[in-house]
Design a protein around this ligand. Structure first.
Ligand code: ATP
Length: 285
């Protein structure tokens, strides 16, 4: 019985801007996203019976049709008439409901892995289109690398990767719902929008300093105000010497970019003083 593995890396937003609320309820966004090497790992194995089975060592995620990896498998089966069963084990390393697109990345890894396991031969563009049916961040998680995302996040353009650096991620012990944050967001409240052209320019010049200076996320307006612990983490990262600091997605995870290895332990130790979930990662190149 064949078995395959697929990694599902976490994403961070270097820029997240919201332009307006659309008629369909979604928000029109402009984001620059990139992957880090903090990753879930999916093990996918053929089952003798035609069913989708899920397991995980993480006790707090759904293992039924609410799980995005389950939905990915079901979508492929329905769309391409696959009558084979699969057992998916999710080794969760990415914190849940953290603004790091853990669920979306699992869905992307399931689509890519099952495309191989079931010999469907679907090209990446088709997988991305299927991914968009599962969630706005899924197409980017399929493509990987670094991308400018428009629309509700599904219209992608690959852009240069950021220069290699350390990425320190800290998640306070609170659950933040993405829908809730977008629900409370008002474009009119934003005093200063981050500049996509400025970040693209910094990326094309591979200037670490300018990448740090161009970080921006308008959703901080909502999350930082509602959850003082997120602001506290941001302040701590800045004070302890991170070169660039930003909240990822709708939060609550905050990431700090650090160029010099010698500085990593200083930032890490400062955070560990009051935050249990701290991760040290590298940009995925
Ligand atoms: P995003 O930034 O894309 O909104 P997130 O990183 O904030 O996502 P996720 O970790 O994807 O959040 O989890 C959001 C919710 O999705 C969880 O509360 C969980 O119930 C559900 N979920 C569904 N599938 C998964 C999965 N494979 N891993 C984690 N959570 C999942």
């Amino acid at each position: 019985m064949s078995k395959i593995y697929e990694k599902a890396p976490a994403k961070i937003n270097l820029v997240l801007d919201v332009l307006r609320k659309r008629e369909d309820g979604f928000h029109e966004v402009e984001m620059i996203m990139t992957m880090v090497d903090l990753a879930d790992r999916l093990e996918m194995e053929e089952l003798p019976r035609d069913q989708i089975l899920l397991s995980s060592q993480a006790g707090f995620i759904p293992l039924d049709e609410k799980n995005l990896a389950f939905q990915a498998a079901r979508l492929l089966k329905e769309r391409y008439g696959v009558r084979r069963g699969v057992y998916i084990h999710l080794d969760k390393q990415i914190p849940v409901a953290a603004g790091l697109a853990g669920g979306s990345s699992d869905a992307a890894a399931a689509l890519k892995g099952l495309n191989r396991l079931w010999n469907l031969g679907l090209p990446t563009e088709e997988l991305e289109a299927l991914g968009a049916e599962l969630g706005s961040d899924v197409p980017f998680c399929i493509r990987g690398g670094t991308a400018l995302a428009r629309g509700r996040g599904e219209k992608l353009e690959t852009v240069p990767r950021p220069p290699q650096c350390w990425v320190i991620l800290a998640k306070p012990p609170i659950n933040v719902s993405t829908a809730d944050v977008y629900g409370k967001f008002r474009v009119g409240d934003v005093k200063e929008h981050p500049s996509i052209p400025q970040m693209l320019d910094a990326l094309s010049r591979q200037s670490f300093q300018d990448v740090c200076a161009s970080l921006g996320n308008v959703l901080e307006n909502v999350t930082l105000h509602r959850y003082p612990e997120v602001r506290q983490i941001k302040d701590c990262m800045i004070k302890s010497g991170a070169d660039g600091v930003l909240m990822s997605g709708s939060g609550p995870t905050v990431f700090g970019l650090v160029a010099k290895e010698a500085k990593v332990s200083r930032v890490y130790n400062a955070l560990r003083g009051f935050c249990k979930e701290v991760y040290v990662a590298r940009m995925l190149t």
